[in-house]
Design a protein around this ligand. Structure first.
Ligand SMILES: [Zn+2]
Length: 351
């Protein structure tokens, strides 16, 4: 089945936002899911999106390790790094929120059996019996179909088609801050008790943390393998809508994200690491934009790729004006997820 037949509304939206010529050049890298096993077989179609981020205030990038910041060697510097999983968690949450609103508004039309709000959740239980337990995923909604999910109940796993590189800072700036957390009763770190030594009388604590300096720029990359038109509309919209990520669980502080350009190709194009290496020391967003576009147009020459589609002001404004609750668009996204799951089940032969 052709793309315009399966996804008339999403194709219209993409043409309107990107322009007819850009759409035509990226179309070969979009994928159609019609519910058959054949449609989910891996084929070489990738859409790569580069973005630039700016730390809008002092930012902590939590790690599971001992320090607060992940550092990577880029060129001769060790620079702060945002691992992709942290960034994906932000977009997963945003997409889930949008899907919930879509379901609530159009549940009669989208053909999802059961109560989506009850069956699919990424929230962690904070009280009662299920404290600290991840609520389960439904394994059949647009969020699970695109971003991947696993569940003990389903006979299949869903691979993520929203992947990417770590984002690297273009300057090494970090600062180390030491503070004391005082005890709530005495407002000091030392209490006058019978304890013999100062250590025994200590009730508060000292701590230190490492922060990314405000204004630090990052370069990152998102890759969408075998993405369908309604999924691309949603990802692009999330990227332009969520300009601030963080102040949450794993990124504390504010990171503003600006998509710069996208390109379709058989394989993903370039690496965020290579771009960061070339643009080390750059401190203006405009300079970084220019650098990414130059890098991509050079990479594109060696590949069988689409146009390098720059996210101009015009495109970003048009994206922000797309109505994500439009019935036709919503129905296409949810139908696509259903077909995708049908395809996966047929492919691995589970009921
Ligand atoms: Zn789900």
């Amino acid at each position: 089945m052709s793309l315009p037949n399966l996804y008339p509304q999403s194709v219209e939206v993409l043409k309107g936002v990107l322009g007819g010529e850009n759409y035509k050049s990226i179309e070969p890298y979009l994928h159609a899911y019609d519910g058959t096993a054949e449609s989910v077989k891996p084929v070489a179609k990738h859409i790569t999106v580069y973005w630039v981020g700016r730390a809008a205030d002092r930012m902590i990038l939590r790690t599971e390790g001992e320090d607060d910041i992940v550092l990577s060697d880029v060129g001769t510097e060790a620079v702060p790094t945002i691992i992709f999983r942290k960034l994906k968690a932000v977009y997963l949450r945003e997409f889930m929120q949008l899907a919930r609103v879509q379901w609530a508004k159009h549940k009669e039309k989208i053909g999802y059996e059961g109560d989506f709000l009850a069956e699919c959740s990424i929230a962690v239980g904070i009280a009662g019996e299920r404290k600290g337990v991840l609520h389960s995923r439904c394994m059949r909604c647009p969020v699970d179909a695109l971003m991947g999910a696993t569940s003990a109940k389903a006979g299949y796993n869903l691979v993520s088609r929203f992947v990417g590189d770590a984002a690297y800072a273009l300057t090494p700036g970090t600062e180390r801050r030491t503070g004391s957390s005082v005890d709530e009763v005495t407002y000091t770190t030392i209490m006058l008790t019978e304890g013999a030594s100062e250590e025994e009388r200590r009730t508060g604590a000292l701590y230190s943390e490492t922060l990314v300096e405000p204004g630090t720029l990052f370069v990152g990359k998102i890759v969408l393998p075998m993405v369908s038109p309604p999924e691309l509309v949603h990802v692009l919209r999330l990227l332009t809508h969520v300009t601030r990520v963080g102040a949450r669980t794993s990124i504390q502080g504010t990171l503003e994200v600006y998509p710069v350009a996208m390109i379709g190709d058989l394989f993903e194009v370039g690496t965020a690491y290579e771009v960061a290496e070339r643009l080390q020391g750059k401190k203006s967003i405009e300079e970084v934009r220019g650098g990414i576009l130059e890098y991509l147009s050079r990479e594109a020459k060696f590949a069988t790729s689409s146009n390098v589609i720059e996210f101009t002001k015009d495109i970003v404004v048009k994206l922000k004006n797309v109505n994500m609750l439009d019935e036709k668009l919503v129905v296409e996204l949810w139908e696509n997820a259903r077909n995708y799951i049908e395809g996966v089940k047929a492919y691995i032969r589970v009921k």
